[in-house]
Design a protein. Structure first.
Length: 622
């Protein structure tokens, strides 16, 4: 290779669909795809400001799942037109310049194309009529877990069943197999993907639920939500989080820790403690819309907007074992300093007699052994095993997403918390598909599934330090100001754990210090936060839930309740004043599917008309 050529390494991650390929009788693969490798490699180096004059740049390879094919031009067979295949929408790029914005987005977002605005991504679907505000829409969406599942989580088994129709597959305009449907009649894409995996042996596809209005609505709000989560600190409450909150806080009064370790109101004017707060537990329906500072966690600061914009809308959590959900209507907009993460319920309520707790506290404890997956976006597998990749997961009181740093529960309840993990993937792993019944409506054997979290892991335990694992890479910002962390494995490896090992988000040290200030014996030095805060409370809450949540009691041997959505996991009837889940009387999937078909036909007709116009223009030019 010439000395003036530089190979540009590609970052991991791709949305490429390896099944998206053209007709082999008309196209031939171009290998290597030199025109794309050189053009994209050069554009990327220029965009990064690293290109040097006189140097030829070649991309190491295309993102996984993408390939270039060529065919003779019909009116000029000597000329070969080149197209890049692999986009999850099954539309091809016709030039490197068109692919460049999509490639750049993949490289900057870990291979996730959700939110990409390239010409092909913008052309993927028709317009979606406006529905509800984004936060409410998030709770209203129904996730299709699909099929019958026997789920092993911490030694427990959870089974769900989905209805299917027998007979010859029926096809709609897009070629989607509709013989497998859920209980609402919507095509069950997960069972269809399992069937497709069985036929092909291997499969790697973006999950598309084109006949589900829930899925279409999700595509509107999810990109913005995920981008926001990546940019915000982890101490900010998120939509669907459970928090402790107090309705009123007198002026010049803060929540401070007393000499016995309890948390009381402290009157700064008179310099005395004036009693314990009445903590309620609620779900965050709307997080703060105004940018907040770290000081907002414990004190009132000046705001440009009112509390309905700068604070949180919190709805008291009703009892999941009771049909009466009226507590949700007693919502309250409160400033951030009126709240605390529910994971610390033991710390803030430990000195208050149980009989004085607000009823919502035990309601929240009852759902702490529940979880739900969010943003299922990719199906990968080699028969008889597969994985469904997700953007996020709710575990107990918190939303966790890819990119978050989380604390891990110690393996022994008597041990301290020392380990953290940066979430790189959240996967629902399906196994033993060959042994399971292929009819999800019968009582045959289900397949097994486990929810796995993977990513680089670190420990603050010096006794487990392996100097061979040390790297010069700086830790994420959420890990700074804690005791020093050390890698638990080589840089090329990742730790894989069950979701039940996760304690919760690693809140930034500055936030933890404001909530739980700790000084040295001479009172001059602020000590690093205690990683074990919340461990006792979470372990106790999960046990409380297993003993009290009737949804778990009704499943022999189960220790977790798996909700299709966050609303189902919390058994919510309303959020932000609108009905959600099974309580939504306006829910009409059958009518929605008719609307989708109409929209798709309108879009197709518009595209055909535009194509006819382009053809007429070409004729005139020729």
């Amino acid at each position: 290779m010439a000395s003036g050529t530089v190979i540009v390494p590609i970052r991991d991650g791709s949305d490429g669909d390896a099944t998206h390929r053209p007709d082999p009788t008309k196209f031939s693969i171009l290998d290597p795809p030199a025109i794309y490798l050189e053009k994209i490699g050069t554009l990327w180096m220029q965009d990064r400001g690293e290109a040097l004059p006189g140097v030829r740049y070649l991309l190491q390879r295309l993102p996984a799942g993408y390939a270039v094919f060529e065919r003779p031009r019909p009116n000029d067979p000597k000329h070969l037109d080149k197209y890049l295949y692999g986009h999850p929408s099954h539309k091809a790029f016709d030039s490197p310049n068109r692919f460049w914005p999509h490639f750049k987005y993949l490289m900057e977002n870990g291979g996730d194309s959700m939110g990409c605005t390239c010409t092909v991504c913008r052309a993927k679907g028709g317009s979606i009529p406006p529905m509800d505000p984004a936060n409410t829409k998030f709770f209203k969406m129904k996730a299709q877990n699909g099929a019958k599942i026997s789920t092993q989580v911490g030694g427990s088994t959870i089974q769900t069943s989905k209805a299917v129709h027998k007979g010859r597959p029926k096809l709609i305009g897009s070629g989607m197999d509709t013989s497998r449907v859920d209980e609402e009649g919507t095509p069950d894409v997960y069972r269809n993907l399992i069937d497709k995996l069985k036929r092909h042996g291997t499969l790697d596809e973006t999950i598309t639920e084109s006949m589900s209005m829930d899925w279409r609505a999700e595509q509107e709000i999810l990109p913005t939500m995920l981008k926001k989560l990546r940019s915000e600190p982890q101490w900010l409450p998120r939509t669907g989080d459970l928090v402790l909150f107090i309705r009123t806080l007198p002026p010049d009064v803060e929540i401070c820790q007393d000499k016995d370790g309890g948390f009381q109101f402290y009157d700064h004017a008179n310099k005395i403690f004036v009693g314990y707060p009445t903590w309620e537990a609620g779900v965050v329906g709307q997080p703060p819309a105004e940018d907040l500072a770290i000081d907002d966690l414990v004190a009132q600061t000046e705001k440009e907007m009112g509390v309905s914009y700068s604070g949180c809308r919190i709805e008291p959590l009703p009892d999941p074992n009771d049909t009466n959900k009226s507590l949700s209507k007693r919502y309250k907009y409160v400033p951030l300093h009126h709240t605390r993460p529910f994971i610390f319920w033991k710390e803030f309520l430990g000195h208050i007699p149980e009989e004085q707790w607000h009823p919502t506290v035990k309601n929240a404890l009852t759902v702490m052994s529940s979880f739900s997956l969010m943003g299922k976006h990719r199906f990968r597998g080699t028969w008889p095993n597969a994985s469904i990749h997700c953007h996020g997961i709710y575990i107990g009181s918190e939303l966790l997403s890819v990119g978050d740093t989380v604390r891990l529960l110690p393996k022994s309840p008597s041990s301290t918390c020392t380990d953290v993990l940066i979430i790189k993937s959240i996967r629902l792993k399906l196994s033993n598909l060959d042994l399971a019944s292929d009819n999800d409506y019968d009582e045959g054997r289900p397949y097994n599934s486990t929810v796995l979290i993977t990513g680089p892991a670190y420990t603050s335990d010096l006794t487990r330090l392996n100097k061979e694992y040390l790297t010069s890479s700086p830790p994420p910002r959420s890990m700074s100001k804690y005791p020093e962390f050390y890698p638990l494995h080589p840089p090329s490896k990742e730790l894989q754990i069950s979701f039940s090992r996760i304690l919760g988000r690693l809140f930034e040290a500055d936030a933890m210090t404001l909530w739980f200030p700790s000084l040295s014996e001479d009172m001059k030095t602020v000590l690093p936060p205690d990683l074990s805060l919340g461990v006792e409370g979470v372990v106790g809450a999960r046990q409380f839930a297993r003993e009290r949540d009737r949804r778990i009691e009704g499943m022999l041997g189960s220790s977790w309740f798996w909700g299709d959505t966050r609303a189902e996991a919390l058994d919510l009837e309303t959020v932000n004043g609108l009905e959600v889940g099974r309580f939504d009387r306006d829910r009409n999937p059958k009518e929605w599917r008719k609307m989708i078909k109409t929209m798709d036909m309108m879009t197709s007709e518009k595209e055909r008309e535009e194509a006819r116009k382009r053809t007429r223009v070409m004729v005139v030019i020729d």
